[in-house]
Design a protein around this ligand. Structure first.
Ligand code: HEM
Length: 459
């Protein structure tokens, strides 16, 4: 073996390093291990060794697309049980990745995303009504924003209304999907044979997958039966559009997988980001004031019509969202691997195909990249013309397999913030609340409750 040995916490007999990972919030362990072992260390988990990188220097190296690529490893391998060869979960060599990428990229270009604004505002108006009806009553921020983002992706992706603001309990689809995502993580910590032997869990797992697939297939069948050329949603593109290179269309099972993936990738990350953002705004009244001034001015520019707010003219809110994504990166972990044997900074050698876990939380607080105030919530840092070192901010992943929905998420987030700040006075429901994290496949604030009251005398 060439090169310096990669640090590793002591293994436990049979279990390797699994006991080193907090079963509820593994991110917490990854942060702690980086403090003990440094910017690179390795963990033995069932079936594989994972090399974990945490500093800007290391992560910049593994973001080099000529030498490294995304690998589907760990929990993501299990997400394939329900998302198949969709954009998010496809192996690089699977032909449907490139096919779907070429067909769907135009749907995520700036002009296409701007055309989705009325649908985004439609759901946002439902949230505003809900908050007005529940004025002064405490509710959990992440849960509210999950209703918003889940319904928004349902409407913009396939004109389906989950109607989350009209139901007490989450939609069955959301319950099944959330359970499956938790299961994907649990299953990745256990040897495959153990998963198969847990009959009851296995049966529930399979039945939740069937529910997801059935719902998606029904939506596609309904659209095929009654085409809706005006829908302007992703489903029309998936059913009708041809690959500009080959003329091929997406196979039916792949359309279903993309639908599952859009619902997974498109809601929890954005809702968590909005909840963290509101938390930081409440903790920093001066920043809240500045953000609200910008929201009010944008509504004024739109002639008082919320639906006409221009999301590209909200630079301060944009900085606020970026800063929240920096400090609380909702997509906490993604994996890459070298295309050939490779040397990393510091003289560590990795073999071709060795899975590497990237921890953006640590990258985003690396003082070498962000300075001495890296731990502080300071949106102004985005507006001072500072050039941060390359690959310092990676909440949306990297390279060819980076998030296709980045612009979608930013527009949705900006509109939601502008409307919420313009319409409501917000406060902590529990005075003195300090941030706690809960983790599914993404992170969200735990037990963070807010109260919203309509603002008096707003313009
Ligand atoms: C991929 C983050 C919103 C759709 C990714 C990846 C990250 C990410 C880190 C790369 C994963 C990896 O390397 O394994 C986020 C965050 C979001 C967000 C932080 C919100 C704040 C969305 C939205 C959509 C979406 C709204 C859809 C409308 C996707 C898809 C992929 C992806 C389809 C797979 C792309 C590919 O490999 O071709 N996202 N995402 N995401 N995201 Fe997002």
């Amino acid at each position: 073996d060439k090169g310096k040995p990669i640090p590793q916490p002591k293994e436990t007999f049979l279990l390797g390093n699994v006991p080193d990972l907090d079963p509820k919030v593994p991110l917490r362990s990854l942060i702690k291990l980086a403090k003990v072992h440094g910017p690179i260390y390795q963990l033995r988990v069932p079936g594989q060794t994972l090399v974990i990188v945490s500093s800007q220097e290391m992560i910049h190296a593994v973001c080099d697309e000529t030498k490294f690529e995304k690998v589907v490893a760990g929990p993501l391998e299990h997400v394939r049980d329900f998302a198949g060869d969709s954009l998010f979960t496809a192996f690089n060599h699977e032909p449907n990745w490139a096919l779907a990428h070429r067909i769907l990229v135009p749907a995520f270009r700036p002009t296409a995303i701007r055309q989705m604004q009325p649908m985004m505002m439609d759901v946002l108006a439902q949230m505003v009504m809900y908050w007005e009806h529940h004025a002064g009553q405490p509710f959990e921020a992440a849960e509210q924003f999950t209703r918003l983002t889940f319904d928004t992706i349902g409407l913009t992706a396939f004109k389906y209304r989950f109607n989350s603001f009209n139901r007490e309990k989450p939609h069955d689809f959301l319950t099944a999907m959330t359970k499956l995502l938790g299961d994907a993580y649990t299953r990745s910590r256990r040897p495959g044979v153990v998963n198969k032997l847990m009959y009851r869990e296995e049966a529930e797992y399979r039945s939740n997958i069937a529910l997801l697939h059935r719902t998606c297939d029904e939506i596609v069948a309904a659209r095929r039966k009654s085409p809706d050329p005006e829908a302007g949603d992703l489903l029309n593109r998936m059913i009708n559009d041809k690959d500009p290179e080959t003329g091929a269309k997406l196979p039916d099972d792949n359309i279903r997988y993309q639908m599952v993936t859009f619902l997974i990738a498109g809601h929890e990350t954005t809702s968590g980001t909005l909840a963290f953002t509101v938390y930081y705004l409440l903790k920093n009244p001066a920043i809240m004031r500045k953000a609200r001034e910008e929201a009010d001015a944008a509504v004024k520019d739109a002639g008082g019509h919320l639906a006409a707010i221009n999301p590209t003219k909200l630079p301060y809110l944009d900085a606020v969202l970026k800063e929240a994504l920096r400090l609380q990166t909702t997509a906490t972990f993604w994996t890459r691997a070298p295309k050939e044997d490779v040397e990393l900074p510091g003289g560590y050698f990795l073999k071709k195909g060795q899975p590497i876990g990237v921890v953006p939380h640590c990258l985003h607080r690396d003082p070498k990249a962000w300075g001495a105030d890296a731990e502080e919530f300071r949106p102004e840092r985005w507006l001072e013309g500072t050039v941060f070192p390359p690959d310092s901010w990676k909440p949306f992943g990297n390279g060819a397999r980076a998030c296709i929905g980045q612009l979608f998420a930013m527009q949705e987030g900006l509109l939601a913030l502008a409307v919420v700040l313009h319409r409501f006075e917000l406060d902590f429901a529990d005075k003195g609340y300090d941030l706690k994290i809960k983790m599914g496949i993404t992170i969200q604030p735990d037990g963070f409750r807010i109260v919203a009251k309509p603002r008096q005398g707003r313009n």
